[in-house]
Design a protein around this ligand. Structure first.
Ligand SMILES: [Zn+2]
Length: 47
């Protein structure tokens, strides 16, 4: 399982519909809103 960096929910990588690549790593999200928030300011969620 992966952790949604925005809301900290666990997300199954195998079924995740929302994901993005950043600095060579793939991040998974529970919802499009979380993905959008991450893409707008990724550094804020990776501290
Ligand atoms: Zn989320």
């Amino acid at each position: 399982m992966a952790i949604d960096p925005v809301c900290k929910m666990t997300v199954d990588e195998k079924t995740a519909k929302f994901k993005t690549k950043y600095n060579g790593d793939t991040y998974y999200f529970c919802a499009p809103g979380c993905k959008k928030a991450f893409e707008e300011s990724p550094a804020e969620y990776l501290r």
